[in-house]
Design a protein around this ligand. Structure first.
Ligand SMILES: Cc1cc2nc3c(=O)[nH]c(=O)nc-3n(C[C@H](O)[C@H](O)[C@H](O)COP(=O)(O)O)c2cc1C
Length: 168
């Protein structure tokens, strides 16, 4: 049976929620691992690896960057998926997605996506609140998780690429 690892980093819990939602959509055996709890999950057990993190001040978590660069060659041999949570939309969100993962991984990934995000004022510290108020001009919690994007991502991961299909 296809074994999948979803490994993620989350600052305020949104990426974790989207990872749980994604797990429900995927077929086969799926393990969820937070890089905070386990920065070095055993990758050889898995056929598929999905990596997700969130964007703060333009950057994905350092843990994700280190995980990707430290395991680059092995990750390239897997069925790979990459996603981010963020509050920007459109072209800005796409730029953040491109910038979040090494180009070599984007080139081989089966699916990449932006899952939207949320501003949760209950979980922000003083400086974070200040940043969000000043820069995003948002004063209250809001959520715009893109459930459709999570579903589409899962369908693309489950698709089988059969070369014979090109012949018919
Ligand atoms: C201090 C702070 C800075 C942020 N900076 C950005 C940013 O540069 N670009 C963006 O698209 N979203 C930004 N966001 C929105 C987060 O990406 C969003 O809250 C996301 O859902 C967080 O996911 P997490 O709870 O898994 O960490 C920022 C949020 C906070 C609190």
């Amino acid at each position: 049976m296809m074994k999948t690892l979803i490994t993620y980093s989350t600052s305020h819990g949104c990426t974790e929620k989207t990872a749980v939602e994604l797990k429900e959509f995927l077929g086969g055996e799926v393990h969820l691992v937070s890089l905070k709890n386990n920065p070095n999950p055993a990758l050889d057990e898995y056929d598929r690896i999905i990596i997700g993190g969130s964007i703060h001040a333009g950057q994905i978590q350092k843990r994700i960057k280190e995980f990707c660069s430290g395991n680059l060659e092995e990750l390239k041999t897997k069925e790979l998926g990459l996603f981010i949570c963020c509050m920007e939309e459109g072209e800005n969100a796409q730029k953040q997605l491109m910038n979040a993962f090494p180009e070599e991984l984007h080139e081989v990934a089966k699916s990449t996506a932006v899952f939207g995000g949320e501003f949760d004022f209950e979980k922000m510290n003083f400086l974070e609140k200040l940043m969000v108020k000043r820069i995003a001009k948002v004063r209250e919690s809001r959520s715009k998780v893109d459930h459709q994007a999570i579903h589409t991502f899962s369908k693309r991961m489950d698709k089988i690429f059969n070369p014979f299909l090109f012949l018919v």
